[in-house]
Design a protein around this ligand. Structure first.
Ligand code: ATP
Length: 490
């Protein structure tokens, strides 16, 4: 029996290993690496692009394909600048920023305080931690920037160099802007969208009318979003360019909290359907609500650096549609044939970061096991439906026609699944290579295959090997790699 070491590693050590493993096995590379990288921007390698694509497909199927009353959209990244005034992003999409005068390093004031709270908790000073948490939340709720600075000073918070010489706290807008066309000054200033949701709101009537949907109905979108995050750390957890998977669900005013409960539970089931342990998740209700919300929570996952948000479920009221109606001068009302009445719908939103989900899958999958011979195998226990490569096809040796036979199997299976053919190195080494990528199945072709058409099928997690006839391969793969089986659980 293999002995799993994952849980004996400290969170910090586990996270370090996940990051270097992600690079070594073609999941994630720092962007522009040969130019020393670019802060909080990352590229996805040959395995990363497959995993991310599968996560997006799993989300899309669960939201759009399985709901007759949810349709998709792909709106542009650039939108009319007035949209961001209407949505409130120009005025209030900002984080409290503080600079250290000695080190010249820049921090988010609330993150510095959160780190201090964690330190208090670790030292068992729970009262101090709770008090500081409440004080910080009060400052954030009242936009009390001097109050935040006082908390930093009173709790003697130092920066990473040890300096406590701080500037005042000020608000820093997180939107990136650029110029459109060749216009003078700031006349052509446009923003890179900081969330995909607004593209859905401004298309609400276009979609509703052309799809002939009746309330309640939803619009789903996957796309890039950009935020000039002040502190970008924790690898792909907080990036400046990232991808969101969002769904806005339009409901009758007054029905929104019932739908909020519905989506909260449904989205958690989506996570659990992937086989991730329920104790790794928790809901975190927002104490401080954003200007547009009347209820909001985060679905948190226990990353190696603690429980953190992976998805948000927000009851956004009629705030966005109302504001767009006001700023555009165009009616954004829905005629409800059952009530015989016009109204602006209320909205419940589910919003998950594709990259954060990707990181969750990597952290959850990374496992080190000590085998009977005392060697250590690193295996990525990625849910098979999400794994980048589904099947590796391995001839035991190249000669005697084994390579040709293996190639024939590869050529047959590749139409249904991402397959990899590998004939280099000893078979044990090839198995380890596939374990490290997270390939759920290896098929080995040996001399017996030529005689009786049987192959060895090796399972990644158990390392169990079974002898089966090649004619059974497709049926086994079709059953075990089918997303439908998991989707039915949601
Ligand atoms: P945070 O508090 O972590 O900054 P947020 O509350 O601002 O996140 P939302 O605006 O609710 O996040 O965005 C919805 C989802 O988008 C988040 O749950 C997260 O998965 C993802 N997301 C947000 N910002 C980033 C980022 N900078 N990098 C990667 N994913 C992000």
């Amino acid at each position: 029996m293999a002995n799993q070491q994952k849980n004996t590693l400290s969170g910090e050590e586990l996270f370090k290993r996940v990051i270097s493993h992600a690079k070594e096995y073609g999941y994630v590379f720092p962007s522009s690496e040969i130019y020393e990288g670019l802060g909080a921007i990352y590229d996805y390698g040959q395995n990363g692009v497959e995993l991310k694509k599968n996560i997006k497909e799993y989300w899309w199927k669960s939201m759009v394909q399985l709901h007759e009353n949810i349709v998709g959209l792909d709106s542009a990244i650039f939108m009319h600048p007035k949209i961001w005034q209407a949505s409130g992003h120009v005025d209030s999409f900002s984080d409290p920023l503080i600079d250290n005068k000695d080190s010249k390093k820049r921090y988010r004031a609330d993150v510095l305080i959160e780190d201090k709270i964690l330190q208090y908790e670790r030292k068992g000073k729970t009262d101090k931690a709770t008090q500081l948490q409440l004080q910080m939340e009060a400052c954030l709720a009242n936009n009390d920037l001097p109050g935040l600075k006082t908390l930093i000073e009173e709790n003697e918070i130092a920066d990473e160099t040890g300096s406590k010489n701080w500037t005042d706290v000020r608000q820093f807008n997180l939107m990136f802007s650029t110029q459109m066309g060749s216009v003078a000054e700031n006349a052509g200033e446009v923003y890179l969208r900081p969330e995909t949701a607004q593209g859905i709101f401004v298309n609400f009537l276009n979609v509703q009318k052309t799809s002939r949907q009746k309330i309640p109905f939803g619009i789903a979108q996957i796309g890039k979003a950009f935020r000039n995050e002040i502190v970008a750390r924790q690898f792909i957890f907080r990036m400046r360019e990232f991808e969101q998977m969002e769904m806005q669900f339009f409901v009758r005013p007054g029905d929104e909290l019932q739908w909020y409960e519905y989506w909260k539970e449904k989205r958690l089931r989506w996570h659990l359907s992937l086989g991730i342990a329920p104790e790794k998740y928790k809901f975190h209700d927002h104490a401080k609500l954003a200007h547009y919300a009347n209820a909001a929570l985060d679905i948190e996952y226990e990353f190696p650096f603690g429980f953190k948000e992976v998805e948000g479920v927000h009851s956004r009221t009629d705030f966005d549609l109302k504001r767009h109606q006001e700023f555009s001068g165009k009616k954004l009302q829905y005629f409800d044939p059952e009530l015989n009445q016009n109204y602006i719908p209320f909205v419940v939103e589910t919003s998950i970061g594709a990259d954060r989900m990707f990181l969750l899958i990597l952290c959850n999958a990374y496992t080190e096991e000590t085998l009977e011979d005392n060697s250590v195998r690193v295996v990525m226990k990625i849910p098979p439906v999400l794994a980048p490569i589904k099947v590796a096809i391995l001839p035991l040796m190249k000669k005697d026609g084994l390579a040709e036979k293996a190639r024939a199997i590869f050529e047959d299976l590749k139409y249904s699944h991402m397959c990899q053919y590998d004939e280099k190195d000893a078979i044990g080494k090839r198995y380890r290579r596939q374990d490290a990528i997270g390939t759920p199945y290896c098929i080995t072709i040996d001399h017996q295959t030529l005689e009786d058409e049987t192959v060895t099928l090796r399972y990644r997690d158990s390392m169990e090997q079974v002898r089966i006839h090649t004619s059974q391969l497709k049926a086994i793969m079709a059953e075990e790699l089918n997303m439908d089986n998991l989707l039915r659980k949601i």
